[in-house]
Design a protein around this ligand. Structure first.
Ligand code: SME
Length: 166
């Protein structure tokens, strides 16, 4: 494994998010290279993203057990353990298999507040060969934290995980 968190340190995310995500995606690929274990890779990717990106209070994975989403590797405060597919932003991402970007979680009646500090959220579904694996969930204490570059960059990082465990 060749990886150094300094590769993505010092990035100006407000001005140069595309360059930052290019470096972060490369780091993510290096981090999972040669390893197919889902938990190991999800753990390292949650740490990578949590430490690289500013203004986040939770980054991690919920894994699908065939019935509902169960909390997996993450960084941040302890979180809700089980989320049915018909509940919350994570459930919506899993059910619809499309990324959910919520600029203001207080405006979403269905939002599950694990940490009252969370104000905006991005959830990317993890799907391999048509099968739901889980979701990649990011929370921010800043309203409207996630833009287009964040969405596409974090979808690419989710794809790195899905490809690694294939
Ligand atoms: N807010 C999520 C629940 C997970 S926590 O944010 C870690 C939701 O509404 O699905």
């Amino acid at each position: 494994m060749s990886f150094d968190i300094r590769d993505v340190a010092g990035v100006d995310w407000s001005e140069r998010a595309d360059e930052g995500y290019a470096a972060l995606i490369e780091s993510a690929r290096a981090l999972v290279a040669g390893e197919s274990d889902l938990i190991a890779n999800a753990a390292n990717l949650s740490s990578l993203v949590y430490h690289a990106l500013p203004r986040l209070n939770w980054v991690g994975f919920y894994l699908y057990d065939g019935t509902e989403l169960v909390v997996g590797p993450f960084q941040g405060k302890p979180a809700c353990v089980r989320i049915p597919l018909d509940r919350g932003v994570c459930g919506a991402a899993a059910r619809t298999r499309s990324t959910q970007r919520v600029p203001d979680v207080h405006a979403v009646p269905d939002h599950i507040a694990c940490d009252s500090e969370s104000r905006s959220e991005l959830v990317v579904p993890l799907v391999r060969d048509g099968e739901l694996i889980g979701v990649f969930d990011l929370d921010s204490p800043v309203p409207d934290r996630f833009g287009d570059a964040d969405q596409s960059g974090l979808e690419a990082i989710a794809a790195v995980l899905v490809d690694a465990v294939a």
